[in-house]
Design a protein around this ligand. Structure first.
Ligand SMILES: [Zn+2]
Ligand SMILES: [Zn+2]
Length: 303
């Protein structure tokens, strides 16, 4: 049983973005340093302060620690959902013992599927205020750079369980080897697409996500709101009507107009301010219901 859950947990980490499970800290640090150096030479936004990197790293540290807890929770949730609905209803395994081409095709397919589910999860995060409340931590970065890749609220992976881990595990059986390998390769893509690089992909722009396309997603300009949700394949945005093809030289400013976060603690509590608002209002209303007659009575007494 334990073995099964661990296998399912691996499947979760492989089929969603496996940067926590698959990439060691050395690799993460290596990617950050490599892209941070490139950003100094070819920046889209010049003169970004180092403090922006350090704030992102602090928010990332909280996210990584929390994600390790949610990972175990994901394994248990998948096992639970599997008991009800079954797992791997559609068998897409075809590469075992096959040629390199088949292995690559199997890995590619797993990323296409994961990106489809990520597209809809991400679009949902932008659609519903309760989900936007936590996703906005990622968007509040005024200085988009490679360290923004893992700047997520600490509840992010918990929300990915019902939107990504469970549906993918219930629906598909994927070749674990190629899916894992491609998961790792594309994990690196997260650092690339967030990099503060003045890099245009030319004819590949509509085929692969890159720093320019994802910068549009992080843009603070209204014309770019709710565009370019896919992480890897813009075809999902093209297909579902949310694609903005960047114009030559289009590298807009990023962040959210009129809002900013300066500390990791603030980022950690930000959604709770929104989620708890109705509770506070309810308490105030209840309070007022008690206080109202009392005030009236006091008013009468004063007369
Ligand atoms: Zn977003
Ligand atoms: Zn992003």
């Amino acid at each position: 049983m334990i073995e099964q859950v661990v296998h399912l947990y691996d499947r979760f980490m492989v089929t969603t973005w496996p940067w926590v499970a698959g990439l060691g800290f050395q690799t993460i640090a290596g990617m950050l340093v490599a892209f941070a150096l490139l950003e100094r030479f070819f920046p889209a936004e010049k003169g970004q302060p180092w403090s922006a990197y350090f704030l992102n790293l602090r928010i990332t540290a909280i996210y990584v620690v929390a994600s390790s807890v949610w990972g175990g929770f994901a394994g248990a949730s998948i096992a639970w959902a599997g008991a009800w609905l079954g797992l791997g209803l559609i068998d897409l395994r075809f590469s075992a013992g096959g040629s390199l081409g088949l292995q690559v095709a199997a890995g590619f397919l797993s990323v296409v599927i994961a990106d489809f589910f990520y597209y809809w999860f991400h679009r949902t995060q932008h659609t519903f205020p309760a989900l936007w409340a936590q996703h906005k931590v990622h968007h509040l970065d005024e200085h988009l750079n490679t360290s923004t890749a893992m700047r997520h609220h600490w509840l992010e992976e918990l929300f990915r369980i019902p939107f990504l881990a469970i549906p993918i595990a219930v629906l598909f059986k994927l070749d674990p080897g190629p899916a894992g390998l491609f998961g790792l390769l594309f994990a690196a893509w997260g650092y690339f697409i967030h990099a503060n690089l003045r890099l245009e992909l030319g004819p590949l722009t509509a085929l692969l996500g890159g720093p320019q396309v994802h910068r549009i997603h992080h843009s603070r300009l209204e014309e770019h709101y709710d565009k370019n949700f896919a992480a890897f394949f813009p075809m999902w945005d093209i297909l579902f009507g949310t694609y903005h093809r960047p114009r030559a030289g289009e590298f807009p400013p990023t962040g959210i107009e009129g809002e900013r976060v300066d500390t990791a603690r603030e980022a950690a509590v930000i959604p709770f301010r929104i989620w708890l608002r109705p509770v506070i209002r309810w308490l105030e209303a209840r309070h007022a219901a008690v206080l109202g007659p009392l005030r009236n009575w006091l008013g009468v007494v004063k007369k």
